[in-house]
Design a binder for this molecule. Structure first.
Ligand SMILES: Cc1cc2nc3c(=O)[nH]c(=O)nc-3n(C[C@H](O)[C@H](O)[C@H](O)COP(=O)(O)O)c2cc1C
Length: 172
């Protein structure tokens, strides 16, 4: 798939077929995530991969009952490591680590789409619950829960917006 098609075609998919996702595909997705740019190449991000139904169910509860988190065959939680960036970049490193995690999440979603998988960036969750469920070290901040599975829905693209609302040209 070319990049243009991937960018245009990727959608948030929240319904998945009852079919497992092979470990080799999960490994490919994690490698794709790691191709993302990162500040100073510090890669201040880590990934938790969940396959166990009880844990996915608990994460779904932490995500205020979002059902797609429980029903996906695989859930990857992307975490930022602010202290790692902070050691080199001070306060600015906090922001960089979140950006490192976000850029990895974007690559993960695009790679999933390229493989024919559906995924959904899920950011609405109770951080302290997620910390407890995953037994996260204190240094890590969970930034995105990403359920992944073979699609069972093909959502239409959301409404776009007039780019003049968002783009500011400074010329001359
Ligand atoms: C930071 C962030 C947080 C999001 N949180 C959620 C969420 O908690 N639940 C959900 O269903 N979708 C969530 N989404 C997905 C958006 O709803 C979705 O990307 C948007 O509606 C555009 O649709 P598309 O991804 O199909 O282009 C989130 C996306 C981002 C980038």
């Amino acid at each position: 798939m070319n990049l243009k098609d991937a960018l245009a075609g990727r959608r948030s998919v929240r319904r998945y077929a009852d079919r497992p996702v092979g470990r080799e595909l999960i490994a490919f997705l994690l490698e794709a995530a790691e191709t993302a740019p990162s500040a100073g190449n510090l890669r201040a991000r880590e990934y938790y991969v969940l396959l166990r139904p009880e844990l996915k169910q608990a994460l779904s509860a932490a995500a205020f009952g979002q059902e797609h988190v429980a029903s996906a065959p695989v859930v990857i939680v992307v975490c930022a490591d602010p202290a790692q960036s902070g050691r080199r970049y001070g306060d600015r490193g906090q922001l960089y680590s979140i950006q490192d995690a976000a850029s990895a999440t974007t690559c993960l979603l695009l790679a999933a789409f390229d493989l024919g998988l559906g995924s959904c960036w899920t950011g609405a969750f109770d951080e302290s619950m997620v910390r407890e469920i995953l037994n996260l070290p204190r240094r890590l901040v969970p930034t995105a829960i990403v359920p992944i599975g073979w699609p069972n829905e093909w959502p239409a693209p959301p409404l776009g917006r007039d780019m003049t609302e968002a783009v500011h040209w400074i010329e001359g």
